[in-house]
Design a protein around this ligand. Structure first.
Ligand SMILES: [Zn+2]
Length: 861
């Protein structure tokens, strides 16, 4: 073992700068340490705190550490997008390790309020490094695991006997690696402490994962492999305390929960705050002993449940957020003096230990709280006027399947419907619709996923204020009150492997249903294999094996005639669409359609579409989250390659290569005049399609469509004249500032499913995510161009002031207009938000495939 370590250390031996701290800096006075446990310097070649530690090196050290200790077990719980392993450590006494699965199962069993209380070890979870750039969090895992492995004496023995500590050392290894590479690339012999030095940069860009997702919003949404890996472990254990270690801006000092009392999700019991405060006393004692600056009552809220410190709190655990003012590259100047990475690592390490200490000091009270949480949930479920929710996804079993997967990830049980039921004016069919009972242990979590909340005590939100997930998934859903009977919900449903039955062989052609979630992936694969397709522009009844069947607009007809591709190959491709994409595919038996609908040879009822070649702009003022979500949707989900290009570097491109240009929102969405002229020419003359969202949609409406934004300043001036000048007390500034911000809420839209951008939808109702206040102007001379319009009273869930609701009500949410030979598609907000708004993603995919099907109006309007 030791020889291997020395070999690594020789390889790693780079010149050590002056920030490094030897291990005794992290050792605790009065504690003796086992000399046989490897210390970080042996493996890293430098001490902790010199610079952020590379993921591969950390994996090497922590694996060696685990192997040398009978207190630590390590496993790989998943892989990041870039295939880096995510390591999970279980730390407890050797005796507990010998019966670790019994301990876990007894812990879970005693959460049932009808059973006797358990007296097993405290279950404590420490999250390190959900944000890739915040390296003090990751590096703190090293002294923490070292201390837990090597400390000797009665105190640590007792701690380990009484607890199981669960540690994810790096939640987000891809973002972390991006950051470390940058810090190393701009590293120097002599530390450059000037905050403007490039080494201290790449702060926000390395926060996120490979596709630029903020993983600390993904506890709830579960669209990324990293978050799926850790949440599986979280529910396997259901820890009583969950701590989450971060960095914040350098100017700030040190923050820990419980946080601002008012900014608490109403689903979190008040008692959680008292117990968290009890743990906080132990951080305070340590911090005071070193005369440190800290704060624990400001800034960070506990509202959005998708964060690592709030999610545990709607699941019966105590969630604790730690934030430390970042040292960035290792050593940086701040108003409060030099901020040093090693010291930050040590603070996170020591407060990790005080978290364990404080949790054990209140061990019984915290265990009681967790049991009481589930007992209260059960009691609330009994009192709830609703008994269950039913839901379905018309014509899209895969979207329903994804929702089942999401619910299961939150440990929520889903059941099949045993018979048809009618609720809120809609029929839910047995065999299609599913249900969740409210009387299950995850009652509180079900409420937080399904509730529509529009009334709030406070209007300051750190993140989104509304996230009702059945709306985001565009499901039909309804609560069941008196219509519920226990035998209505039958067998338990779990997510199935994606896939549908391939069609029979046809001698005429095949048809793909467009309402299926992954049909764009199938269509792209066909086009990429040079198969010619014809897309239905209206609802058509087509004779297929088994009889005539109705297909919605957007359905893809693949004739066997006129192809350069062999019939057998075409069959392989459509069978693949069924098997791998779960798309419903049918064998066509005749080109003659019954009734008054176009025959399959009709050139208006069926139009050809071409393979898209998509250019996606990023950076230079565009929001990386939004660009990453487009990249993820097209590449990861739909298997469509995209060309990523920095926004201000599009001069000299061969525009004949591209069919689509995607521009997302951000602080500066403007193209240079020269670039805008070229893009405009490409749209008008070459048939290019611009898809623009948020601020870019406003920009595109003005620059490419020539719509002047209305000048609102004049109205404001008139208001001021009528009401007199506005004067307020300074103390109200933060609240009043936030009043008209939309942190993120769901709004109702009315969608035209007969429009090509609306193909594949089953009804006109659509929920749209929105966190922008600006509204699109009405298009001129084209009354067909507004695909989605916000409802007059549009707020469905989340916070928006009355003024904002009035401003947004009735305005266009999605506009699709022809421009010369091309088209411009405008989304008022982001249709790919956090990869979660399935209803909106479909419109985005329609914009990719169907924009050139839009006919411009030629009448007088
Ligand atoms: Zn963070």
């Amino acid at each position: 073992m030791l020889r291997i370590l020395v070999a690594i250390s020789t390889l790693m031996s780079v010149s050590a700068a002056s920030n490094a701290d030897p291990i005794d800096y992290f050792q605790i006075d009065g504690v003796t340490y086992d000399q046989t446990i490897p210390i970080p310097e042996d493996v890293l070649g430098f001490g902790v705190g010199d610079r952020p530690i590379r993921h591969d090196v950390m994996v090497a050290y922590l694996t060696a550490l685990a192997e040398s200790s009978d207190r630590i077990a390590v496993e790989t719980i998943g892989y990041s997008h870039e295939q880096r392993p995510i390591l999970f450590f279980t730390v407890t006494s050797p005796n507990n390790h010998a019966r670790i699965d019994d301990i876990r199962q007894q812990h879970l069993a005693q959460l049932d309020p009808t059973t006797a209380a358990g007296n097993g070890p405290a279950i404590i979870w420490l999250n390190y490094g959900v944000h890739g750039a915040e390296s003090a969090g990751m590096d703190a895992a090293i002294p923490t695991l070292y201390h837990l492995a090597a400390a000797q004496g009665a105190e640590i023995e007792e701690t380990l006997a009484n607890s199981v500590v669960l540690i994810t050392a790096i939640f987000n290894p891809d973002g972390h690696s991006r950051r470390v590479n940058h810090v190393e690339a701009f590293g120097a012999e002599i530390p450059a402490t000037d905050p403007d030095h490039e080494q201290h940069n790449l702060w926000t860009a390395a926060r996120t994962n490979h596709y630029w997702f903020d993983l600390n919003r993904q506890w709830l949404l579960q669209t990324q492999p990293e978050s799926q890996a850790w949440l599986t472990q979280w529910h396997r254990w259901k820890p009583q305390v969950s701590a989450d270690f971060h960095e914040m801006g350098t100017a700030a000092t040190f923050y820990f929960h419980p946080g601002e009392p008012l900014r608490r999700n109403p689903l979190i019991p008040e008692r959680a705050r008292e117990l968290t405060e009890g743990i906080a006393q132990y951080h305070v004692r340590f911090l005071d002993s070193e005369a440190r600056l800290y704060t624990s009552a400001e800034g960070f809220d506990n509202f959005y449940v998708g964060k690592g410190s709030t999610y545990p709190q709607v699941n019966g655990s105590l969630g604790i957020l730690f934030e430390i003012g970042a040292a960035r590259g290792g050593l940086i100047e701040a108003d409060r003096g030099l901020v040093r990475h090693g010291e930050n690592v040590r603070t996170h390490f020591r407060t990790g230990l005080t978290t364990i200490e404080g949790a054990l000091a209140q061990r019984q009270a915290i265990a009681d709280y967790q049991r009481q949480f589930f007992a209260n949930s059960a009691a609330q479920a009994v009192r709830d006027s609703n008994r269950a929710y039913v839901f379905s996804a018309a014509g899209d079993p895969e979207r329903l399947n994804m929702f089942v997967d999401l619910l299961n990830r939150h440990d929520i049980t889903v059941n099949a419907l045993t018979r048809n039921v009618r609720a809120n004016g809609r029929d839910y069919q047995a065999g299609e619709a599913l249900g969740v009972r409210l009387d299950q242990p995850q009652y509180t979590m079900i409420r937080s996923l399904f509730d529509r909340v529009t009334e709030f005590e406070e209007n300051i939100f750190y993140d989104v204020s509304g996230w009702t997930l059945p709306l985001a998934y565009d499901l039909d859903y309804a609560p069941l009150g008196r219509a519920f009977a226990a035998d209505l919900l039958g067998e338990v449903v779990t997510p199935r492997e994606i896939g549908a039955t391939p069609p029979q062989h046809s001698t005429y052609g095949y048809v793909l249903r467009w309402s299926d979630y992954y049909s764009p992936r199938s269509l792209y694969r066909l086009l990429d294999n040079e198969v010619r397709v014809r897309v239905a522009t209206e609802t058509i009844t087509i004779p297929v094996t088994g009889g005539p069947r109705q297909f919605g607009a957007g359905s893809v007809f693949i004739p066997l005639v006129g192809q350069d591709v062999a019939n057998d190959r075409i069959y392989e491709l459509v069978a693949e669409a069924a098997r791998e994409d779960g798309v419903a595919v049918f064998a066509v038996t005749s080109g003659s359609t019954p009734g008054n609908t176009p025959d399959l040879g009709d050139s208006r009822g069926f139009r050809s579409v071409n393979q898209p070649h998509i250019l996606v702009l990023f950076d230079d003022g565009l929001t990386s989250y939004d660009a990453g979500e487009v990249w993820h949707q097209l590449d990861y989900r739909m298997h469509i390659p995209v060309t990523l290009r920095r926004k201000d570097e599009i001069g000299g491109l061969d525009w004949s290569r591209y069919t689509h240009l995607v521009i997302v929102g951000g602080g500066n969405t403007r193209l240079s005049d020269e670039h805008a002229t070229r893009v405009s020419q490409w749209v008008r003359e070459d048939g290019g399609v611009i898809i623009a969202s948020r601020q870019a949609a406003l920009m595109a409406q003005e620059v490419f469509l020539g719509v002047e934004p209305e000048d609102e300043d004049e109205d404001d001036a008139e208001d001021a004249d009528e009401e007199g000048p506005d004067r307020r007390n300074y103390t109200n500034l933060p609240i009043d500032d936030a009043e008209h911000i939309i942190g993120g809420a769901l709004f109702e839209g009315d969608l035209d499913p007969s429009h090509p951008i609306g193909f594949g939808y089953s009804d006109r109702f659509i929920a749209l995510h929105r966190n922008i206040v600006e509204t699109l102007e009405w298009p001129e001379d084209d009354p067909f161009a507004v695909v989605v319009q916000y409802a007059n009273d549009p707020l469905l869930s989340g916070y928006a002031s009355e003024r904002r609701r009035e401003e947004i009500g009735g305005t266009p949410a999605v506009i699709a207009q022809r421009m010369g030979r091309g088209a411009v598609i405008l989304f008022a907000d982001n249709p790919n938000f956090r990869a979660t708004y399935r209803g909106n993603e479909r419109m985005f995919m329609n914009a990719v495939f169907f924009s050139r099907l839009i006919n411009p109006p030629s009448g007088e309007y």
